[in-house]
Design a protein around this ligand. Structure first.
Ligand SMILES: [Zn+2]
Length: 291
């Protein structure tokens, strides 16, 4: 039942244990801060031991203390390869991990935010394990990274999905249903109590902030990244809701399209996407901090 990674184990206790803290000197990001790899203790990173299937989380340090934390979640992994690319040479789980590492490294180099990845290797995590990590490390923003796939080989471009209780279109609703089915049980039923209403208010705020983030991502990506028509879509994604912080799911392009695959598999193609995402993330957190 329980694989080497302990996938599927229930998360009990969310106590973070600080294993190693090597503070960067003179408040500056340490050299090589952009090259964090799991299990590699080095200056400029904070390693947190988390129980069960979630690996130790490496948090990059920023140029100043107390900067907001971004959680980047490379979709799929382990026994779940995600969508195969049209060439057959690569799968979605490899591309999401590569892109997530590049985004983490760029944000770490700039030093305006702290960054962690839900996985920094080829492992299987449930949607709940991914989303719950946001609360456990105190993240202020959650970004789920995916690559799209469609029966139509001509479909191309990136899409940003944000959380909403009403779907933007039938395709977004269908996509959310597919994503949510991987999560097992859905969210708890609201019972109309004060607690539930407070939860609802927090949920409204989360949805508004997530939509703002998605709009900002589209704006930063426009002219740099090939986007689908109507690139900001929304639906009731379990993983985004459960993250409880402003959260979006970014589909970077179609691995079922030959041109998109070439672009997503190339460092230059990914660089355009990664820098647009980094700009949007930094701007979003700076705006929220200023409020
Ligand atoms: Zn995916």
């Amino acid at each position: 039942m329980q694989g080497a990674a302990g996938a599927g184990l229930t998360v009990v206790g969310a106590v973070l244990v600080m294993l190693a803290l090597n503070a960067p000197q003179d408040g500056e990001a340490a050299p090589g801060a952009g090259n964090a790899r799991m299990g590699e203790a080095r200056p400029g990173t904070l390693t947190m031991a988390l129980p069960d299937a979630v690996s130790d989380v490496v948090l990059t340090e920023a140029r100043a203390p107390g900067r907001p934390i971004v959680l980047i979640d490379p979709g799929h992994g382990g026994r779940d390869p995600g969508a195969p690319a049209v060439s057959g040479a690569i799968t979605e789980k490899q591309l999401t991990l590569t892109m997530a590492r590049e985004l983490r490294d760029l944000l770490a180099k700039r030093g305006r935010v702290r960054v962690a990845l839900t996985r920094d290797d080829d492992r299987y995590l449930t949607l709940d394990q991914r989303a719950d990590l946001a609360g456990r490390i105190g993240a202020g923003l959650y970004l789920s990274l995916h690559m799209d796939s469609a029966p139509n080989p001509l479909a191309r471009g990136a899409t940003v999905y944000s959380l909403s209780d009403v779907a933007s279109d039938a395709e977004a609703a269908r996509f959310a249903r597919v994503e949510n089915s991987a999560a097992g049980n859905g969210s708890p039923v609201m019972d109309g109590s004060v607690e539930a209403m407070l939860g609802d208010l927090a949920l409204r705020e989360q949805m508004t902030a997530s939509a703002d983030l998605a709009v900002r991502m589209v704006r930063k990506a426009t002219g740099r990244v090939l986007l689908r028509p109507e690139p900001h879509r929304f639906a009731a994604f379990h993983v985004l809701r459960r993250a409880r912080v402003p959260a979006v799911l970014f589909e970077a392009g179609y691995v079922s399209n030959a041109d998109d695959e070439v672009s997503l598999a190339s460092p230059e193609g990914r660089k355009r996407i990664v820098s647009a995402l980094a700009d949007a993330i930094e701007a979003d957190l700076a705006t929220r901090a200023a409020r």
